[in-house]
Design a protein around this ligand. Structure first.
Ligand code: KG4
Ligand code: ZN
Length: 344
């Protein structure tokens, strides 16, 4: 089954062609970083406008790189949520148009299911069941994944997402948008044990996250640090702050992912989403897993950040289950993974 996957949930216009939910024929992403960079974050109206400009060339490019025509497709999968409503609408209506005029079945996909299943685009995917930590700019959650389409939410952020914390700390540090890559680069020259920022582990029996306190702590530290800058006795550098902040996020993510692993007794831990590109996080989770004799799985960075191929993979399994939709399907800004079926 050859599936085209389309994602316009945030600030990337993306389309990918995947065979049987595994073999990627193409994965085209048009980033809007340059458009949003001057504003220090994603501006929803600009995102919609850019998606409208780019959706057609991106989809065309994905078909041409895959070496196929529209009528070779067995199905079209499109993200309908969660995400920015105006941005999602562009992808959904474009997909509806293509499906309608070419008489190709359409299936609506949950963006988070796409992130979880992105690991199946890799050579050696994990066996079920596994624990999945999805960490991105909009989401931080842990799932017990029992099979395709069978996800049990074990914990999630109660305020900011991990990626959002990276982006906000980068902004207050003057490192620009998007923040994750910039913080990681800066942290490479710093000492991660220089400042002990808070770790919100919360109650022992909770797998929920909270990153807003950490963000505030870094902002307060930074304010004081700036006031004292230039004084002879100041030894802490911006790199130390970045590294110490990153270590705090990594500690919490690794601790909770491994706790979920031990509670469920599974032997595999998957990490996906944009923050899963972070090398320190990959390294620390790998070490923690090795200590417990379990395996970790990370998709390559281009499958961690938003992409159409992961939506095609998730869509393939929906088609297998007969979960298609008609032209009345709509977008959902909030869309828990265990929501009622989309085709209702
Ligand atoms: O999955 P994604 O592309 O979009 C969402 O669904 O949100 O994730 C984007 C997020 C941004 O917050 C970005 O700062 C973060 O992923 N990110 C990183 C790294 N690369 C991207 N965070 C930490 N370290 C990185 N290397
Ligand atoms: Zn995402």
């Amino acid at each position: 089954m050859i599936i085209l996957g389309i994602d316009t949930s945030c600030d990337d216009t993306s389309a990918g062609v995947v065979v049987d939910g595994r073999a990627v024929l193409s994965n085209v992403v048009h980033s809007q970083v340059e458009v949003h960079h001057p504003h220090g974050g994603v501006v929803p109206e600009l995102a919609s406008r850019e998606h409208t400009r780019n959706i057609m060339p991106v989809v065309k490019e994905s078909l041409s790189r895959a070496g196929i025509q529209l009528n070779d497709l067995d199905g079209i999968a499109v993200t309908v949520g969660p995400g920015l409503v105006g941005a999602l609408l562009v992808g959904l209506y474009y997909a509806k148009g293509l499906a309608y005029v070419s008489n190709i079945p359409l299936t609506p996909v949950n963006h988070l299911e796409g992130h979880i299943l992105s690991i199946f685009l890799e050579e050696d995917p994990p066996p079920f069941p596994f624990v999945a930590l999805t960490v991105s700019g909009g989401h931080t959650s842990i799932y017990h994944v029992e099979g395709f389409g069978r996800y049990v939410l074990m914990g999630q952020t109660l305020d900011d997402a991990a990626g959002e914390a990276f982006d906000k700390v980068a902004k207050i540090s003057g490192l620009g948008y998007p923040g994750g890559v910039a913080i990681e680069r800066m942290a490479g020259n710093g000492a991660c044990d220089k400042i002990l920022f808070p770790r919100a582990y919360m109650e022992k029996d909770s797998l929920d996250f909270s990153f807003s306190g950490l963000k505030t702590a870094v902002a307060q530290y930074m304010k004081k640090w700036r006031e004292e800058r230039g004084k002879d006795n100041q030894e802490t550098t911006l790199a130390d702050i970045a590294a110490s902040f990153q270590e705090s996020v990594v500690d919490v993510l690794v601790h909770k992912a491994m706790t979920a692993r031990s509670w469920t007794g599974v032997r595999s831990v998957v990490m996906a989403g944009g923050v899963a590109c972070n090398r320190r996080l990959r390294e620390r989770l790998s070490l923690a897993a090795a200590e417990e004799g379990v395996r970790v799985y990370f998709p390559r960075p281009e499958y961690c950040t938003d992409n159409g191929a992961m939506i095609a993979a998730a869509g393939y399994h929906r088609f297998l289950r007969g979960e298609t939709a008609d032209m009345s399907v709509d977008v959902r800004s909030k869309f828990p993974i265990d929501s009622p079926p989309l085709e209702d």
